[in-house]
Design a protein around this ligand. Sequence first.
Ligand SMILES: [Zn+2]
Length: 282
Amino acid sequence: MVIDFHTHTFPDALAPRAVAGMAAGADMKNYSDGTASGLRVSMARAGIDLAVLAPVVTKPHQTEGINRAAAEINAHTHETGLLSLGGIHPDTEDPEKVLRALAAQGFPGIKLHPLFQGVPVDDPRTLRIVELAAELDMIVLIHAGADPNFPGLDYASPGRLAVLLRRVPHRKIVLAHMGGFAAWDEAEALYGAPCFIDTAVAMGPWRRKSGELSPEPPMSAERFVRAVRAHGANRVLFGSDSPWSDEAEALAAVRLSGLAEAELEAVTGGSAAKLLGLAASP
Ligand SMILES: [Zn+2]
């Protein structure tokens, strides 16, 4: 089973504006239209069986609406192969109530994006949410490193992520982008920590809308293989960040990186299936 652990979609009515807005804001090229059906076309082309959707609540008042749409997605996972995390903002009113409701509805976890949400990952509000998620045994996918939408902002730097990992031990934390987008040196300090990391857009190439390559240097394949081995392939999850990279291209980059067969099997789906509780019993 091939699993893409890091994707984004938007409701059909909002997708054109949301994707165009982000693409313009960060000068990023989008590789699908940001709708659920667009993602399914991309998955079929790439040979991906299951995609995990990571909704980002950028304003606390959006929490309910985003989670209603996410629950609707999850009512059809068996037909669509789309499985959404829940959304929450560190300033969401009564986060405990929201998280308990998500857990009761069977959501496997939540997504946090410290830069889009404007709250550092080591802020007490974030720590509280991760603590609650740990109590409820929920996955917490967290953006890690820089973000082209917020140049220079360090709210999810590997150093701050290390503080979170120290303060709130929770084995189901997933740090996106190999632990630190465009902060590859700093992220090395996180490898081996008791958390998962995803591969989203680490190896690039990511492009500007014009088609030019972005200036941030991607991780080389050699460095990627070293990083996977340093952290442990059983805790590395393939992710594309679709629509911000092409799923087929991202998967090919992982497959051609030089990992051994067993490592590839773990990274491209085995590790994620275990984390999601989908692994077939022996
Ligand atoms: Zn993302």
